[in-house]
Every structure is written in C-alpha cells, then in structure tokens.
Design a protein around this ligand. Structure first.
Ligand code: GLY
Length: 558
C-alpha cells in the first residue's frame, strides 16, 4: 500500500511538491508548514521545554517564516493532551470589534460587498494569537516567555533566506501589497519583488516580538504596538479600538469528545465547527465496516459523501459562537442523533442538497496553517492558526510589521449568502459586537487508553474538516502508516454546492462513473490539492512526524 501511495503521489502532485517529509524519533517531534519553524520547536524541546513550550515557540516562529498564515494579527485554536490524560482546548479566535454590526458588509442593494468583507481594515477581527499563545505558555509551559520568543526575534532581526515557494507567494500577492506602503515595504526590496535566495529581514516585526517578550500581552494589546494598530484603523475606517484590544481574552473550552472504534476523538468545540462535524461524521460512519468496504471503493466514498452532506448542512443551521448562541453540540455529536440523521441514507442513491440556493466554491489558497508537536513525557499539542485568506487582508500595520486578518468574512454577512469558501450560514453566525466568527479549523488529537495516538489538522477553509476525517479514517479504518494516511488523495463535499471535489487518485474513473449513476455531481475531476495535514503519530514507542507532500514544510524530531 505504502509504495503504491508514494508512486501515486508522484502523479497527483506537481513536480515542485516534495514527497512527504517523514521522520521517526523518540524524544520529540514538530511538524509544521515551515522547516525553520519546526527546527525552532525542536530547539525548544532540546532545551528541556515541553510540547506546549515548543508549540508556542513554533507559533511565534511561523509569524516570521510563514507569513501567509503564521501570524500575530490573526487567531487560532489549540488542542492539548497532557501527559496526565487531561485534554484541553484553547480558543484564541479573533472577535468582532465592539462597533461591528450585523449589516456592516451590505451595500445599498442589500448585497454583500465582497471587497469590504475581505480587503479592507473593516475585514479585520480583533487579533487573538498573541494572547492565546501566551496563555498556553503561562498555564502549561515550563520555559519563560523570553526563551520561547528568542528564536522568532532572532529570525526577524537577522533574517532568513527566502525559498522558492515563499518568494513565489510574495510575487503572487505583489499587486495587493502595492495598495499599502507598509505592506510593500515588508514584502519587497525597495519596491521590487524579492527573489528566492534573498536574505529577508523584518525589523518592525522584530520590535513587536521584542515588546511581547518584554511585556507579555501588554506589549501587543497596550502601549506602542496597540497605538500603531489603532492609528491605522482610525486613518482607514477600521473598527478596532484600544478597548477592543485591551478586552480581548482567549477562552479555555471543554473539548468536543467522541469515540470511534475504540479510539477517543478530541477536537475543537464552537466557535469552530470542526470538532462537532468530525465527531458527527464518524458517528454516522461507525456502523459500517469501512475496512471491509475498502479505501476508495464506491460504497465507502458514497457513505462518506452522505455523512459530509448531512454534517455540513447542520453547520449552516446550528453552529456559531457559543458565547452568543445556543449550539446544540451534545445533540449533534451523540450517536443517537447520527443514527436518526443517517436513517434516510440510501446505499444506491445520492442525497439531494439542492433545495436551497447554492454557494460557489471559494478559490483555495494556502490560507491557514496547522502544526503538531509532541514530547517524550506524553504531552501533545495540535494547533491550527490563520489570518483567514492567504496573507489576510494584505494590510501590514505600519511600524508594527505584521499582517492583519480578514476573518470578519467568516461570519455570515447575509443569511444563505456564501462566504469566500462557499459556506453559507444563518443567524447563528451573524455579525454581533464582540462575537467570534464560525471557523472550520479542526486541530484534533486521537487517544487510546488515555495516551495520544495521532495529532492532526489542516488548512483549507471548508475542506479542513473533511481532510481531518480522511486522515483519521486512513489510520483507524485502513491501518495506514502516518505517511500513507497523510499522502493519500482526498475528496470533499460540503452539502452546498452539491458537488464532489477530489484530488486525482481519490476517486477512480470507475468509481466516479458509479457515483455519477447514483446521482452524485461534479465528478469531472480536479487537479486542485485539498489540505495540508502536518501530523504526528505515536507508534511502537516511536514518535513519527510527517509534513504533507502537498506543500513545502518540515518535520524536526530527535
Ligand atoms: N478562516 C477559515 C476558518 O477559520 O475556517
């Protein structure tokens, strides 16, 4: 199977993609989107830090080395499995500013102004990453703030050599950066595109990171950095105020917990939709012998699409910020509910999503990033973080050196009107002051008998949850190695629009024809990749790490 999948990956992924970077280690492992950031996490583990210290250091390093999604100006979710068996989640998702309001992105005709929702100062939610990373360090880290921030400060101050991929991203986004002098200054060499091989230094970001190192959260949410954010907002019709920054707090939340074939599934609760949908889909699939039906068979793919269809339909109706709306998580994640919800499953015929206006697929870009960290004491951390779209709203805060998110577009700006991922929502996810926008980010930890087995997650907007579902099923149902589980091609269905999207190899031509005959739509193939699951797995006393071959990333273990 393994050789087959690796050979397959040569056909699926363009030649510029590396094969999965894989390492086996015994003392610690970091898998992230940036080899430099993974090395930072490993340095911290080698220094005697635990997985939480390493995750925090990796997070700050990603804000320097992987600027399209690593961030200080965005937010994220962290799932922690402690050596004592306790599992916790930390929500540091951005919040709507206090002056935000339900109709803020609607134009005179009542339509969503996509430019305003994605490419403006108003598109930014109050950033949560700095508060979240420091909160995790404070509660469960063992090193001090200065130690975990030192590598990120060094990388920003002294610079690092740009690789082909990141330099290419800068070129791809160059026209957007040109709209903002501070963005152009950061991502160019005096206005000309930066090339691969250039030493890229970020002095403003280094100063901001130093302020955080010296003063903790006050170095970001108060004082000169906060002044720079608010001044930029005031000059450009932005909404974030000093009060919004001072009031921002991350929240420890009870994880979503489910079980699947004897394993425990721990994932992110609302305001993420990820954990609820993941457990819901696993519950719907558990009664079927997926192992026997086989990976990629018509029966397995049909079952999984129908589970995805039903779960994503529930997302639109029920999921939102639990501090503002009643989210029926216990109902949605119960085995009883899954049985009822799947009672109308027809093994021969595709379900029908088409009674409500469909959205469009959003263009997929390398937005959001996931990293997984484990130590040899049994602590494990699974983190997904984002600016929303790739490079957020492209606005660098002048003098502060970091990008702002455009996470406000993850709210439902108008009922049943799709956001940039084609996801629709209703009142549960409407904009309200201080509310967190619904997310799909699904950092997940699978445990067995209280010990971590698999840490996974992914970027990819609406596709995130299905990527995690498939990695988990590849390990549990199909008994794949981590490398194969991550490498295997994936497919995606999100209820609306009612089409199946898939990577080459995920659905064979024969299976596609059979699915089409059942009534499934969109089976004309796609070369787009789905997700980037930088994952860690514990196996036979070893800690395996894989960075997804779909991207240039890096694992660092020792
Ligand atoms: N911004 C993408 C997500 O949180 O789902």
């Amino acid at each position: 199977m393994k050789r087959f999948l690796l050979l397959l990956s040569l056909f699926i992924f363009p030649v510029s993609f590396a094969l999965a970077e894989y390492q086996r280690a015994t003392q610690g492992m970091v898998s992230s989107r940036s080899d430099i950031a993974s090395e930072v996490g490993k340095e911290i583990l080698a220094l005697g830090g635990n997985a939480i210290d390493a995750a925090v250091a990796t997070g700050f390093a990603l804000s320097v080395t992987y600027p399209s999604a690593g961030n200080l100006g965005g937010g994220g979710f962290m799932v922690i499995s402690l050596a004592n068996g306790e599992v916790l989640t930390l929500d540091y998702r951005e919040k709507a500013p206090a002056t935000a309001h339900r109709d803020m992105f609607l134009d005179d005709k009542g339509d969503v102004d996509r430019e305003l929702a994605l490419n403006s100062h108003q598109s930014a939610g109050v950033p949560g990453s700095v508060a979240g990373l420091l909160e995790a360090l404070d509660k469960y880290g063992s090193l001090n703030r200065e130690q975990v921030l030192a590598p990120a400060i060094r990388l920003a101050e002294e610079g690092f050599i740009l690789n082909q991929e990141i330099a290419g991203q800068f070129r791809g986004h160059f026209n957007s950066f040109r709209n903002y002098p501070a963005s152009l200054a950061k991502f160019s060499a005096n206005g000309s595109p930066l090339n691969a091989g250039a030493l890229w230094r970020q002095p403003d970001l280094a100063r901001t990171l130093s302020a955080i190192s010296d003063k903790g959260r006050d170095g970001f949410y108060k004082g000169s950095v906060a002044d720079l954010i608010v001044a930029d907002m005031q000059a450009n019709n932005g909404l974030i105020s000093h009060e919004d920054l001072i009031n921002y707090q991350p929240v420890w939340r009870a994880p979503v917990h489910g079980s699947y074939r004897g394993y425990d599934v721990w994932s992110m609760p609302a305001p993420s939709s990820g954990g609820v949908l993941l457990v819901q889909m696993l519950n719907m699939l558990e009664p079927y012998n997926i192992e026997k039906l086989g990976w990629g068979s018509t029966e397995t793919v049909h079952l999984m699409i129908e589970a995805q269809r039903r779960a994503y339909a529930d997302r639109a109706e029920h999921l939102g910020d639990p501090d503002y709306v009643e989210v029926p998580s216990s109902m949605l994640t119960s085995k009883d509910y899954a049985r009822q919800r799947f009672a109308n499953f027809d093994p021969q015929v595709a379900g029908d999503s088409a009674k409500i206006t469909a959205g469009n697929w959003g263009e997929e870009s390398p937005q959001t990033t996931h990293y997984s960290v484990a130590d040899d004491e049994g602590n494990a951390v699974s983190v997904t973080t984002t600016l929303n779209r790739s490079y957020g709203n492209h606005i660098v805060v002048p003098g502060a050196g970091f990008l702002l998110n455009n996470e406000m577009d993850d709210f439902s700006s108008k009922p049943n009107s799709p956001n940039s991922y084609g996801l629709i929502g209703r009142t549960a996810n409407e904009i309200q002051p201080g509310k967190r926008m619904l997310s799909s980010m699904s950092p997940t930890i699978i445990t067995r008998d209280g010990k971590p087995v698999l840490l996974t997650g992914s970027p990819g907007g609406s596709t995130i949850i299905n990527t995690v579902l498939q990695v988990v099923m590849n390990v549990i149902d199909h008994h794949m190695s981590l490398e194969d589980a991550v490498t295997s091609p994936r497919f995606h269905h999100q209820w609306m629009p009612d089409v199946v999207r898939y990577e080459i190899g995920a659905i064979s031509d024969e299976v596609a024809a059979e699915l089409e005959a059942m009534g499934h739509q969109g089976l004309n193939g796609s070369r787009r990749t789905i997700g980037e699951a930088n994952s860690v797995m514990f196996e036979n006393g070893f800690i395996d790490g894989v960075s997804d071959p779909r991207i240039v990333g890096g694992v660092a273990g020792f």
